[in-house]
Write a protein that binds this ligand. Sequence first.
Ligand code: TRP
Length: 476
Amino acid sequence: MAIEREEFGSRIGFILAAAGSAVGIGNLVGFPVNAAKNGGGAFLLIYALFIALVCLPVMLAELAAGRNSRKNPLGAYKHFAPGSRRWFIAGWSSLITPFMISVFYAVITLWLLGYLVEILSGNLSSLAQPEYFGEFINSKQVFLYLALIIGGTGLILLGGVQKGIEKAAKLMMPTLFIVLLILVGFGLTRDNAMAGVAFYLIPDLSKITPSVINGALGQAFFSLSLGMGIMITYGSYMSSKASIPHSAKMVAITDTAVAFVAGLLILPAIFSFNPEVDPAELSSSSVGLVFSYLPKIFLGLQSSAGYFAASAVAAAFFTLVLFAAITSLVSIIEVPVSAVMDELGQSRKQSLLTLGGGIIVLTLFCALSFGMVDFFTDFIPYGGDTRSFFDLVIDVFYETILPLNGFLICILVCYRWKRSNMNEELYIGDESFRGSFMERYIDFALGTFIPAILLLVFINTVLLKFFTIDMIALLF
Ligand code: TRP
């Protein structure tokens, strides 16, 4: 007899776990800075529209497909398209993607831990030195932090859905909200904070170009953990009493709210550090901002608040980002874990051991990509430059393939499983969805313009990243 599938213990447990997956480094740093650079309030509005009109329907489709099949993504593809070779390949893509994301995300997470430890040891001033980051990522310490991150994440996953994933989310997410609000209060009371808020919120329509719109959509899509197989997997652990539409809305709102509120911390902090700052010159990459730029900003607080308070704020911030990263890492590794359990009939522990080896080896390849080993550092040339193994993994699996996976899931759900069957699944636990405006909108959009948009974003990114052809610039 098959073992009964694990389930989330409560509705709030699911929402926190899924929001924990969605909220990551990007929400806390990348999003606010990109919003501020690319039109402020106007960007925020476009982003919110994309979340509601494009991303939320895809999230419903993933969750419904997961709960109906009670399977990991590969299992779900096989369930809805039995015997089809093509869909089998699509299923594999939605499995390899999270596996590879987990590999480089583990590296970023271990850096966060390393920085937090340094701050707590009183070394904030060294972190603010320009050469620190480059030295840190090539130091022997990374192996220790790597072991801690992989071990800690493994332990959470070993606890299972309720006692591991859900429990960790229930502990970490509320802590994250509270610490974030305290830091926002601190940020908003700095000198010149309001200049930062104004820059963040006042709309600047002249900055809204086709490529900014394209970027906003990409960011919205990846921020909600879509195309990563996570929502299919977490959906498969949802109880049939829970309302998928309601839970999905809560997850989308939480993710967006955290990103928005983080801006009320980051921009005031930047502007109070340097009232003359030209945000257009800030890096767009979350990694650059977190590890090279923000330590300087935090250290700058010492002039008004003293070194101790500056370190305390920095430590609180890095704890926040670390928690956000761990809950994302947990969710992304759970996808292949559930696949090995379902498809090979292994126990959770066996499955973790099977995958752990592979993840550790590939994570090491990434960690060695910054100069420690030439082979991984100068791994492959494309897009006019030589890229490292770490760059390649990010470019392919984080920045390119997600919209394609999203496109495939829309097509699978609408044309294999059929929308009417998806709707039946969505009524379970939520009769009010029947005949609602949302249902009618999704009925129309999920099989038509949503996949079309996702496919365009995918094609555009491939051309731009790997062939340096800017389709948008050619067209507009
Ligand atoms: N919002 C995340 C971030 O900001 C992106 C993300 C969503 C993610 N789900 C994830 C990252 C799962 C890693 C694993 O970083």
